[in-house]
Design a binder for this molecule. Sequence first.
Ligand code: 6PG
Length: 246
Amino acid sequence: MTSPGARDIRLHPSLEKLSRAAAEELANIAQAAVEARHRFTLALSGGQTPRLLYQLLARDYRALIPWHKTEIFWGDERYVSPDHPHSNYRMAKEAMLDHIPIPRHHLHPMPTLLPLLEEAAEAYEETLMSHFPGQWPRFDLILLGMGPDGHIASLFPHNIVLEEEARVVAAVRDDRATPPLRLTLTLPAINHAANVHFLIAGANKASALHRALAPNANHKASPAAAIKPIDGHLIWWLDQPAATLP
Ligand code: 6PG
């Protein structure tokens, strides 16, 4: 256990070992959630880092997850069709969703086929409100990655979305992103989760991670520094290259 106020950093020599340790912790959280509340609500991260974790959850750790009681959401999505190569849903589908016994109606991808981005953000917010009581969804676990520029989910440095305090889901436009149109959970939505796990691997993340973990980190430049769960636990799953400044 980490002492109060200390960061919970879990450092591993490789992405493989990081992913296995994160899978074990995810299974523990899932089992505890189902035991306590008869369901496990999980928000997936996009990008490539979590692919191995998703594959492990569908394979080596499959039997440890109560899939029939699991509800899967997304922390962010690129505004492309679900079968697009850039779709976070497609990556998760190929790595995990097609290989686990989860009821299909327990999958809640972000609606990227609606004509207007803002409409889609509002629609997903309604989806979340229908699955969670109260103003803020309290996910049992949100998985997040970090880009080399320090973005998390689709919360990009200095983007106006970082100032959002009332919405749960926001539409994002950022020409630095590929693709530039996105949907994302907002910072307050993430900070209402019971557990938030960063999975950060690779030397190309070292500088952004260092900035995010620095004392008095600039939240606009390093959105990860704004992740402080109000009544939840944050774990930084890191591999050695990401934790090693050049
Ligand atoms: C996205 C992701 C994003 C991702 C980082 C890291 O939709 O792009 O949610 O926040 O976690 O870009 O991506 P990699 O894991 O591919 O480095």
